[in-house]
Design a protein around this ligand. Structure first.
Ligand code: MV4
Length: 588
């Protein structure tokens, strides 16, 4: 059994893994960026190492620094969580080459399943089909027309090396084929650097159902339970549940068998998820995720299996602690993702900031997997998932009622969250009737009345500044970083130790905000792609006016001017990649 595990992640998933380790008597090592130095996962871990840097690229995605911390900490296992390095074969290989256990699947399986084309081919070879379509790349629009005439309209043109629905074009008749083919290819080239496309029949009202599997290194691989993830917006899941509503037992069995076949075909072990589209009693392979997923707790609640503990066991070389036959499913679980986003008017704008109050609900069948507590700050530089509320009930109506009660009980102030939208979904008769699909949130749900304004209970909270000071403890001097309210930043006296006057930090003044200060230089707060420019040179703008839209963190973020004035220069164009702090517009 592993003795010390480094969690190469942050937020709620890092907390989740730390908790599993603590219950198993395994020591834990956290890593943290400059912004996360006081975060919950750091507070809970046995040891914590600074990665330096602010953005994900500078810290949690900094391979060299993380490998160095693995060395220094003496960790014998690494859990990647999800996102970041969780599906990075180079990272997995770099760890295993150092004799450290990567708590995840074999790199080869990550490779096969990481590429949409090869994953479809692998699934097909295992006898698990995707939506009926072509396996060859399209050469011209006539092939789109021929496919539509043969299989019926509508059809979907998809980017072979794309993901998340980007580049997908729906073609409803032959005369739309040429334009759709051209735009699908150009978007694929722009988005993924590859313009190869293929076609499939288009499912007009599908449910997104995924099957949890887990295998060990002794040839055992089982399916645990399915999750219905259809309540999503712009490919961002909002609410997941298990079991899938109105899902026949024989389809569950067939989908579970199919998922295990796909896993075995690529020599899979550890936890993984096989995704399907489900419509009219049929299911079709979509892709495989070679990692633990955000929504794994709904499976844990209906199966009683601790998937993270099981991951650590199989990574340690132990066999699965259950068989396919011993798995028994009970009740119904619903997960609600609580994001720091303002769903007002259906816009879901990012709402990072200081959480002045966070009091999660509790009670029977109520679980909160959170990455933050009162007083913590949700940064604009990382995914804005605050945590997940998971509720269990003996049946779906009970689970829905319990989730609604818990959401209404939830106290969170200082940031806006998606809770009002989650309540709107759970209260809607379509959701109760399970007649929703992957398109329902965007096409049918009306969120115009939904509001969520950040309420801060300590609006006068003073920003803190970092001070580097030398302290003497029991006759020994230490150089430490302390963070004090700005007004007290002159001299720092730390806990009975005395210190010299704080030495001002050299180097940049810190991360960029959403807009420069009085200089009128409008900067972007994070790395991303410019998708829209909303101003022209010479235009008068008010303070707070949106000047451009940045796609980052899988969302569109409005970049606003901090001061009123005239647009003097536009430094970017749609499609440009920009880094944190880059100036995009200059206002004089
Ligand atoms: C589809 C589809 C309907 N028919 N393929 C979008 C993301 C990508 N992973 C696959 N997606 C879809 N492919 C056919 N032939 C509908 C979607 C889809 C979707 C799929 C899963 C989860 C959410 C979705 C949201 C919109 C569209």
């Amino acid at each position: 059994m592993l003795k010390k595990i480094l969690i190469a992640n942050r937020g709620e998933i890092a907390v989740r893994v730390i908790r599993a380790c603590q219950e198993m008597g395994i020591a834990t090592v956290a890593v943290y960026s400059d912004l996360d130095r006081d975060s919950l996962h750091v507070r809970l871990a046995d040891e914590a190492y600074a990665l330096g840097g602010t953005t994900a690229a500078e810290s949690y995605l900094n391979t060299e620094v993380i490998l160095d911390v693995i060395e220094r900490s003496g960790a014998d296992g690494v859990h990647p969580g999800y996102g970041f390095f969780s599906e990075n074969t180079d990272f997995a290989r770099a760890i295993t080459e150092r004799g450290v256990t990567f708590i995840g699947p074999p790199p080869g399986a990550i490779e096969v399943m990481g590429d949409k084309v090869s994953s479809r081919i692998a699934a097909q070879a295992a006898g698990v089909s995707g939506v009926p379509g072509t396996t060859e790349f399209l050469n011209d629009a006539s092939e789109v027309v021929a496919f539509g005439e043969e299989f019926g309209w509508p059809i979907a043109i998809k980017a072979a090396y794309g993901g998340g629905g980007r580049g997908m074009r729906v073609v409803r008749s032959a005369d739309e084929a040429a334009e759709a083919f051209d735009s699908a290819r150009s978007e694929a080239l722009k988005g993924f650097g590859r313009d190869e496309c293929y076609v499939e029949r288009y499912l007009t009202w599908p449910r997104h159902i995924e099957m949890q599997i887990i295998g060990d290194t002794h040839g055992n691989c089982v399916w645990v339970a399915e999750r219905d993830c259809s309540a999503q917006r712009r490919h961002q899941k909002l609410i997941e549940e298990s079991p899938a509503p109105a899902f026949p037992a024989e389809v569950r069995q067939a989908m579970g068998d199919a998922a295990v076949k796909v896993a075995k075909a690529c020599g899979y072990y550890n936890a993984g998820t096989v995704e399907f589209l489900y419509q009219d009693g049929e299911f079709f392979f979509l892709e495989m995720n070679t990692r633990l997923q955000v929504e794994h707790p709904v499976t844990e609640m209906v199966s009683g299996i601790d998937l993270v503990a099981e991951q650590i066991r199989v990574a340690s070389g132990l066999p699965l602690s259950f068989t396919q036959e011993s798995i028994s499913l009970s009740g119904h679980a619903i997960e609600v993702r609580i994001n720091a986003e303002n769903p007002a008017e259906g816009k879901f704008l990012p709402s990072p900031g200081d959480i002045s109050t966070l009091v999660p609900p509790a009670g029977f069948g109520t679980r909160w997997d959170g990455g933050y507590e009162s007083g913590d700050t949700v940064s604009q530089y990382y995914d804005n998932l605050v945590g997940k509320l998971i509720c269990w009930g003996e049946d779906r109506p009970t689970a829905i009622a319990r989730t609604l009660r818990a959401l209404r009980e939830f106290r969170i102030e200082g940031i806006a969250t998606t809770i009002p939208a989650d309540i709107a979904i759970l209260e809607h008769p379509d959701f109760s009737a399970a007649t929703h699909s992957t398109k329902w949130v965007e096409d049918t749900l009306d969120l115009t009345g939904v509001t969520s304004t950040p309420i801060s209970t300590d609006a006068d909270a003073e920003p803190k500044v970092q001070r580097d000071v030398d302290v003497e403890v029991n006759g020994k001097r230490f150089a430490v970083k302390v963070f004090v309210p700005q007004s007290q930043a002159g001299a720092v006296v730390a806990g009975g130790a005395t210190s010299g006057a704080a030495k001002p930090r050299r180097g940049s003044a810190g991360g960029a905000g959403a807009a420069g200060g009085g200089s009128g230089a409008v900067t972007v707060p994070m790395q991303g792609t410019i998708v829209k420019i909303l101003v022209e040179v010479g235009q008068e703008v008010e303070a707070g006016a949106t000047v451009c839209v940045l796609e980052a963190m899988k969302m569109e973020n409005n970049i606003a001017a901090e001061k009123a004035g005239t647009v003097k220069e536009i430094k970017v164009a749609p499609g440009d990649s920009v880094g944190a702090g880059d100036v995009v517009v200059v206002i004089e």
